[in-house]
Design a protein around this ligand. Sequence first.
Ligand code: NAP
Length: 492
Amino acid sequence: MAEDNLKQARTLRHIIVGGGMAGILAAIKLKEKGEAFILFEKADKLGGTWRDNRYPGLTCDVPAHAYTYSFEPYAEWQKFYATGEEIRVYFEKTAKKYDVLQHMRFGCEVTSCTWDDEKSVWQVGLANGEVHEADVVTAASGVLHHVTMPDINGLNDFQGDIVHSARWDDRVKTDNVRVGIIGNGSTGVQIVTALQKTASQVVHFQRSPQWIMPVPQFDYSDEEREAFRKDPALIDAIRNNPDYWASIYRFTAAIMNVDGDELAEVQKICEDNLNNSVTDPVLREKLRPDYRVGCKRLIYSWCYYDAVQQPNVDVEREGISHIEANGVRLKNGALIELDTLVLATGFQADRFIRPTVVLGRNGKSLDDVWQPTPTAYFAVTIPEFPNFFMLNGPSGPVGNFSLIDIAERQWDYIEQVLAPLRAGDAAQVAPSVEAHQDFEKRRADAARKTVFGSGCSSWYLDATGVPATWPWSYQDFADAMANPDFDAYIYQ
Ligand code: NAP
C-alpha cells in the first residue's frame, strides 16, 4: 500500500466467517459503521449452534432476556429459559431487522485464508473456487461445532435409529420406544428430561455423574409480553437484574478460588439439591459426582432429578463394552435392548476455524501454531496473523453465562484495535510474540489453579490437560475488553 494512502482515513473491507450469533453481531456492527463486508456461511441458513442443535428438550440455560444482543431486547420470549427454536427465530428476525442478510452468502464454505503481507490483505478462498480479498477477517466460526462421536466399538452394528444430538433427524423414533442416551453433559440431561415424557423407556448411560444446579423455569404470560413490548425498561430490569450479575461474579470468583466460600456455597446448593430431590439412596449415590462442583460445566435443570425418578427411566453407570445390533452391551455382560440410540457425546472444542487453512505471515500455518493446543492473545488475536480476529476464540470465559455478552465485549475490543487502521495510521495490526507469550503463560498458570483443573475430564481442558479457559473474573474480562493494551500490538 502506498505511503500517502496510509495517511487517510479509510473504510476497511471485511470478511466474516460464520453466520451464527457472533457473525450476525459483527455484521450488524459493520453495517452501522458503513464498512464493506461479506459474511460467508457454509450452511444454507444462519443460526450457528441454534440451527445445528434441534434435539428434544433444547433450551438455553441463560435466562432468555439475558441471552439477547444488548441493543436488541426481545419482548416475545415464551419462557424464562428459552427453547432453541425460539432463539433461532430471534437471530433470524434480528438479522432481517438490521438488514444484514443481503451481505450474507450461504452455502459458501471458507476453505482458506491467506495473508498477503505485501498488500496487507487476506485472500479468502471458498470451496467453490472463488477468492475474495479483505483487509480484515473475523472468525466467528463457533466453538461447539465439530461433533465428537464416541470411541465405542460397534456403533455401526446397531440396527435401530442412531443419531448425534447436534445432527438431530426428525425421522428418529422416540415416541413409545426404548431410547438410550449416551452422555451426561447439558445436552444429555436435557434430552433425557424431554424423552422421559414420550419414550416407553429411557436409559441414561452416564460415564460420569454431574452436579445439577436447581433453577426455576416458568412461562411469561401474554400480559407480560404485552408489557415488555410497551416498556422495554421492564426487559432491561430483568437483563440487568443485580442478582443475575452477582451470580456471574460469584461464579467466576468461585472458579478462581477452589478453597473459597463462593465455591463451597455452590457445592452446598448442588449437594442439597441431590440429597433433597432423589429419594432412593441407591439412585442418589449413582448420581453423586466424585469431583468438585464447577469442575465440569454446571448443569442447570429444574426437572432432571424428577425425570430420572420416573418408572420409565434408568440411570446406567456400568461402563459400556460395545454396541450390538439390538442395543448396548455393558462391561458386566448385560445387554440393554434399545430401539433408538442418542449420542449426546459433545464436541471437539479445540477446532475453532479449522479445518479452514489459515496462513499468516511467511506462510505460517495456524494449524501448526496451534499445536498442541490453540491459544490467542486475550482470546481475540494471534501474533503473525495480522488483521485476524476471533469472536469466542480460544481461552475466553466459559460458564453458565451469555456468550452473546462475551462476543459483544470482544467486538468492542476489536473496534478499538482496528481504529488506527481506519484512521489510516497503519495497514496491519497483530499482537507481539512476546506479549502473547507473556499473556499465555500468566493465563495457563492461573488456569491450572481454577476449579476446572481440579480433577475431572471436560471439554474445558486442552490437549495438555490445562484448562483452555479465561481463568480470571468476569470483571477482569470486561475491563480487559474495554481497555486494550495497545503496547502489546504492533501496527505497521
Ligand atoms: P459435553 O458436556 O462434552 O458432554 C459429553 C458427554 O458425553 C459427557 O457426559 C461424556 O462423559 C460423554 N461421553 C463422551 N464420550 C463418551 C464415551 N465414549 N462413552 C460414554 N460417554 C461418553 O457435551 P454436551 O452435553 O453436548 O455439552 C457441551 C456444551 O454445550 C455444554 O457444556 C454447554 O457449554 C453447551 N450446551 C449448552 C446448553 C445450554 O443450555 N446453554 C445446552 C447444551 C449444551 P464424561 O463426562 O465421562 O467425559
